[in-house]
Design a protein around this ligand. Structure first.
Ligand code: FUC
Length: 775
């Protein structure tokens, strides 16, 4: 639907009427906006915009506008290999120590022989700030700043001395620039001085009468020298008045309006190729964008954003809270039922994924693409023992499948860099990645044995490849990525060992992510999570090889090994055991934030309430023992797990905890604390799970509408959720009961709906939609 900018009212009305009659235009307009009555003081009050690659945090200041800028490939360091070659000789001794229960000694030896050198990875860093300084104004009225999730525009408006000022900012994936537009309702009122600031090693200069340029090199970290060049170019276009370019600043004087274009790039092409030319790239981007009108840039941007964003609409009910600014609603969120805040959080997650993970870009790191620091928490890297995976949990169900493409590309990179770590540290074929990676696709174990010596990170990532196939049935994709899955499985065929007590095949050494056991360490053999991940990896490789008609011998081998993996076990307290031994209640931290052994329940469905009710009950017991309290991503995971247990009330309680001000910053960023984006994505995925679940049952794709609908959302609707098997589902419910389900089948695969304990087989042809209602 083309968007006529001049007739926004009519567009929104038309979309509301055509797509979802229960939405009014006014609802959709207000319910998709974060808005505030004061400028941001803190970074976590500023509003994020991004085109997948170029990000900015918009502060909306009155005396000074600050745009904190990021380019997704500006990390410290350069290509490096940190794999420790002493590992392979030490492995037999480390395993022996583990099997005899000498965990501390095993950890000590592993620390000397298996860990990466350097022991950390490279941090993601800020480009710097663009500052627009205005003349001081005494009195400002009607101040408002907002972020419209539907248009991906950040705006600031206020009135001063009888003039109404307006600022609008967006980061466009079409023209690959950030655009700022400053206007006033009277001529000659736009005056400011623009400057650049950076903590990087960089030079700033006036390139010409309307352009500022910053050129720099990235820094070293942990002995790895900086190897990237980067350029930031900012160009100003005035209507009326004039520009003055001097002393590393550009001033606009008495202009009617000013448009600012920002381009940034580094020399990074991929983890091994740094031959990009940021000078030329940014020059060309500015030249090209300059040839378009601001209206055209803005229209293209909105249209491209809405192509993805408008696929899903959500209405969880409404209250008067919507009349309040977003920060006040968050402040009160644990005291009230504000279903529109939950819906806003859901759509904000989708907005963030679109804004930080577009095809061809880097995947979303711990902060997406938004980071103001040179040394951010956990390096703002990719932590692959939960955080990066959680970032992508909403991608398929929330109808943003292509936003996961950067993750797939990174997995492929790791399947190359991880070959060397597999060989030199583990003496194995295939590839391995441990609990973190970075721009350079480092794959060796880092930080310390307690956290890092976990060889199953790459295998978990491979689940996302198969998930993508189950949602899309893209045969070319499967053909392209099957070798990545296969070579991950090969690593485990080479490294699984028989444990002496039960003779099961287990990973060793490994750990249950970041959780210590009563042996005074985390190092162990065959933690439950590893076994679950490998069960999925092997099953998915077997299924993929069958579909592709390849590797029948390998398939047989995988099936045999899969049967010998250590099983899920139920401990004395009725809980799902986290380790081979029943250690859970003696572990030093029984309320630990990670719930790794519940991977089998979510994101996997190898444990579910229908086929494995005892294990599902044990998982519930484990969740109860762990407790609800956790930081952002810990809550996001618990939310998904309670939804999978079909406990809508408990899921809702957890969601409310996630929305509390201690876990959601005023700009809706998730608090770990500090900011970590995974909780946002876990929250979005969790709301999906509350509304729709899907899995393969026999040869039919089963969809369960409203499996965990809480009492707080009695009436509502959702449009455009995706289900495994290739379905798009719209639901409407009233008084807590499903009214209609519209199931659109993309491929015509056999399917069924399960509602109220009854399974209804549906026959839907390819490209047809079936309307179902329970009456
Ligand atoms: C994992 C978590 C931490 C943090 C880090 C980025 O290691 O255990 O809490 O989220 O990732």
């Amino acid at each position: 639907m083309p968007l006529q900018r001049s007739n926004r009212f009519a567009d929104i009305l038309a979309i509301a009427v055509l797509c979802l009659p229960v939405f009014s235009w006014a609802d959709s307009q207000d319910s998709l906006v974060l808005w505030y009555t004061e400028p941001a003081q803190q970074w976590v009050e500023a509003l994020p915009i991004g085109n997948g690659r170029l990000g900015a945090m918009v502060f909306g200041g009155i005396d000074q506008e600050r745009l904190q800028l990021n380019e997704e490939t500006l990390w410290a360091g350069g290509p490096y290999d940190s794999a420790n070659p002493k590992g392979r000789e030490a492995l037999p001794e480390i395993r022996k120590l583990i099997f005899e229960g000498s965990y501390k000694q095993a950890a000590e030896l592993a620390s000397q022989t298996m860990m990466a050198n350097p022991l950390g990875q490279m941090p993601y860093q800020t480009v710097g700030d663009l500052l627009l300084s205005f003349d001081t104004i005494d009195k400002v009225e009607n101040y408002r700043r907002d972020l419209n999730l539907d248009t991906a525009l950040a705006s600031v408006s206020y009135t001063a001395e009888g003039t109404a000022y307006q600022r609008e900012v967006f980061s466009t994936p079409v023209a690959q620039v950030i655009v700022i537009r400053l206007t006033a309702d009277k001529p000659g009122k736009i005056s400011f001085t623009a400057s650049l600031k950076t903590p990087q090693q960089a030079q700033i200069e006036n390139e010409n009468s309307n352009t500022l340029v910053m050129r720099g090199v990235n820094g070293e970290s942990q002995g790895i020298k900086g190897a990237l060049k980067f350029t930031l170019r900012v160009r100003f276009f005035n209507q009326g008045g004039k520009l003055i370019s001097a002393n590393n600043t550009i001033s606009a004087v008495n202009a009617d309006s000013v448009t600012v274009l920002i381009a940034a790039a580094t020399s990074y092409k991929n983890y091994a190729d740094l031959s990009g030319d940021p000078e030329t790239i940014t020059k060309e981007q500015l030249e090209k964008a300059s040839r378009k009108s601001w209206e055209a840039l803005r229209n293209d941007h909105i249209q491209e954003h809405q192509r993805l964003f408008r696929r899903v609409q959500l209405d969880l009910g409404s209250t008067n809270e919507i009349a309040n600014p977003t920060d006040r609603r968050i402040e009160k969120s644990d005291l009230l039922n504000d279903p529109q805040l939950a819906a806003l959080y859901f759509q904000f997650g989708r907005y963030l994924l679109i804004s930080c993970s577009r095809p061809g870009c880097q995947p979303a790191n711990l902060q997406g693409i938004w980071n103001e620091s040179m040394n951010p928490p956990w390096g703002s890297k990719y932590t692959i023992n939960i955080n990066t995976e959680m970032n992508y949990w909403p991608a398929e169900p929330a109808n943003l499948s292509e936003c996961a493409q950067p993750l797939f590309a990174m997995i492929k990179d790791l399947s190359r860099t991880g070959i060397r770590t597999a060989q030199v540290t583990w003496g194995a074929e295939g590839w391995v990645a441990h609990h973190n990676t970075d721009l350079w696709r480092a794959s060796a174990p880092i930080d310390g044995v307690f956290w890092g010596l976990w060889p199953t990170g790459g295998a978990w990532l491979c689940k996302h490849l198969w998930d993508h196939y189950e949602y899309t049935f893209d045969q070319d994709f499967l053909r392209e990525y099957y070798p990545v899955m296969k070579e991950s499985a090969r690593f485990f065929l080479d490294t699984l060992v028989e444990e002496p007590k039960w003779k099961w095949l287990v990973t060793c050494p490994s750990l249950s992510p970041e959780n210590g056991h009563p042996g005074g360490a985390s190092i162990c053999a065959g933690p439950t999570m590893d076994m679950q991940i490998l069960r999925d990896l092997f099953s998915n490789c077997i299924a993929a090889s069958e579909i592709l008609g390849v590797d029948s011998d390998f398939r047989t081998q995988l099936a045999a090994v899969k049967d010998r993996l250590a099983p899920n076990q139920i401990g004395a307290a009725g809980q799902l055991q986290e380790w081979l031994e029943d250690w859970d209640l003696q572990a030093p931290d029984i309320h630990h934030r990670h719930v790794s052994h519940l991977y089998g329940l979510y994101p996997s469905s190898q444990i579910n309430i229908y086929e494995t009710p005892q294990l599902a009950q044990a998982a519930r017991k484990s969740l109860e023992i762990r407790g609800d309290e956790a930081t952002g991503w810990g809550l996001g995971w618990r939310l998904c797990l309670w939804a999978r247990l079909h406990d809508g009330e408990h899921a809702y309680t957890i969601l409310q905890m996630l929305l509390r001000p201690s876990r959601t910053y005023p700009n809706m960023f998730d608090a770990h604390p500090p900011f970590q984006i995974d909780g946002n994505f876990g929250g979005t995925a969790g709301i999906c799970e509350m509304l729709l679940q899907s899995r393969l049952v026999g040869d039919r794709w089963e969809m369960e509408p409203l499996p965990a609908l809480p009492k707080a959302w009695p009436d509502g609707s959702v449009k455009g959720l995706c289900a495994r098997g290739g379905f798009i589902v719209d639901l409407q419910w009233q008084a807590g009961r499903l009214k209609t389900a519209a199931v659109h089948s993309i491929h015509g695969h056999p399917c069924q709906l399960r509602y109220d304990g009854t399974v209804h087989k549906l026959n839907i042809n390819k490209a047809q939609t079936f309307m179902w209602n329970p009456s």
